[in-house]
Design a protein around this ligand. Structure first.
Ligand SMILES: C[S@@+](CC[C@H](N)C(=O)[O-])C[C@H]1O[C@@H](n2cnc3c(N)ncnc32)[C@H](O)[C@@H]1O
Length: 281
């Protein structure tokens, strides 16, 4: 690890531990499809608007935004992960969306024209900045007066059994994990209800609204697929990353048993809780 938190973040998001966000993006998109739908509804992008997609990953939301703003609009997807951006660029080219581009860059410091955008959008890309107020001050400066933000973030782990419950089921098999720190950058960095407003108001935004939404995340059609999904992204994947083959095989079996208890007529669907955060420039 370096002493520069930004460099650490870039290393982390370009490491094998997070590569599945690029290589398995179809699985992520299936899991988070309902989130994107609700976020787009709240953001209400209009024809001709100019949008930044913060932490755009492999570009699913960039594609959706490009369709909504149309040929006269503009979408800039930013992400630290080179492989995710390469996937996003291929998908944009295939879709023929000349109004959208995806660039490797740190959204906290990427050069942006002052007042050049109408909307900051993100699906789960806002909770990772080491200095979030500074990052959002930079992004705020890129919004025109009257511009807006719409981003999704996770509520607390206890409200998200889709990820916390399988991690808890594996706890006896794994070395102790460091306790999660409230407000620390990461998957649950915006989980405390007051946290988004602290950051965004500190960065110059007004009228911050944090709206709770509950969803069901479908981890797969059956317990074996759900186990593989859990082992690919999030808390379980991180906890198992350095595990040996035998531990991984035991974990897969334990997860299959766990998810079998959550199998229903629509597959393995588990509760998830997010915030939809909106704010004005
Ligand atoms: C949880 S993933 C979400 C990806 C995508 N928005 C989606 O919903 O599939 C978080 C993304 O934020 C990106 N990210 C983290 N810190 C970033 C930063 N400072 N600037 C740009 N992207 C960042 C990561 O590389 C990762 O792709």
């Amino acid at each position: 690890m370096t002493t520069n938190p930004d460099a650490d973040a870039a290393c982390f998001w370009n490491s094998p531990m997070t590569r599945a966000w690029a290589t398995e993006h179809a699985r992520v998109d299936a899991l988070f499809a309902g989130v994107l739908e609700r976020a787009l509804e709240a953001a209400a992008p209009r024809l001709g608007e100019r949008v930044i997609d913060i932490g755009c990953g492999s570009g699913t939301s960039v594609l959706a935004l490009a369709e909504r703003v149309g040929a006269e609009g503009q979408v800039l997807g930013l992400d630290l992960a080179r492989e995710s951006i390469a996937v996003a660029q291929r998908r944009l080219t295939a879709a023929g969306h000349r109004q959208a581009r995806a660039e490797v860059g740190d959204a906290a410091s990427y050069p942006l024209p002052a007042g050049g955008f109408d909307l900051l959008f993100s699906r789960f890309g806002v909770m990772f900045f080491p200095d979030p107020v500074a990052a959002f001050r930079h992004l705020h400066a890129a919004l025109r007066p009257g511009g807006r933000l719409c981003a999704t973030a996770f509520q607390a782990p206890t409200a998200n059994p889709w990820t916390s419950a399988p991690a808890a089921a594996l706890r006896p098999l794994l070395p102790p994990q460091p306790p999660a720190q409230s407000d620390a950058p990461g998957q649950f960095g915006w989980a405390r209800a007051g946290r988004p407003a602290e950051i965004l108001e500190g960065a110059g935004f007004r009228e911050v609204r944090v709206t709770p939404q509950e969803l069901g995340f479908r981890l797969g059609p059956d317990a074996a697929t759900a186990a593989r999904t859990a082992m690919t992204f999030g808390a379980v994947a991180r906890a198992l990353f350095e595990a040996d083959a035998a531990t991984r095989a035991t974990a897969q079996m334990a997860l299959e048993t766990f998810f079998a208890g959550h199998q229903g007529p629509d597959g393995v669907v588990m509760p998830a809780a997010i915030w939809i955060v909106t704010a004005q420039a």
